[in-house]
Design a protein around this ligand. Structure first.
Ligand SMILES: [Zn+2]
Length: 140
């Protein structure tokens, strides 16, 4: 058999995880911690806005904010139903992880080339922690 058998998830933990994630995204409005620290957008920047656009069935806007907006839902389901991994073979698991990582980094590179530093969601955040620290010690 190529794929693992799905397990019955602990729905209380799944619900608690989604609830905590929703609180973090909606109430705290933390945004991207990577961008707050470095000023540079991360490979996931725009994903939340893309998923909200997809929930409004505005798929053009979803692809604009993040072309890989379709991935989080199946990945979350895979984590819930296949906690030991999707594939039986460790080699297949490793190949899938490498392909996924390559896809994410490739899309990130294209978005950085086309949109950085001034087009949302890939804009530079001038008020970032590294810049603030550098200004404290007189580097900038
Ligand atoms: Zn980000």
């Amino acid at each position: 058999m190529f794929l693992q058998k799905p397990v019955k998830p602990d729905w209380k933990k799944v619900l608690l995880g989604f609830l905590l994630l929703a609180i973090m995204v909606l109430v705290l409005d933390v945004g991207c911690m990577f961008r707050r620290i470095t000023g540079v957008p991360c490979p996931g920047c725009g994903m939340t806005r893309a998923c909200f656009a997809a929930m409004r069935f505005d798929f053009k806007q979803a692809f604009y904010y993040h072309p890989l907006w379709i991935l989080p839902a199946p990945l979350a389901l895979a984590v819930v139903f296949f906690p030991r991994g999707v594939f039986v073979s460790p080699r297949a698991e490793k190949i899938a992880a490498i392909v996924l990582l390559g896809l994410v980094l490739g899309v990130y590179a294209v978005r950085m080339i086309l949109l950085f530093p001034d087009t949302p969601p890939m804009e530079y955040q001038s008020e970032n922690l590294l810049y603030w620290l550098a200004s404290l010690v007189g580097l900038v």
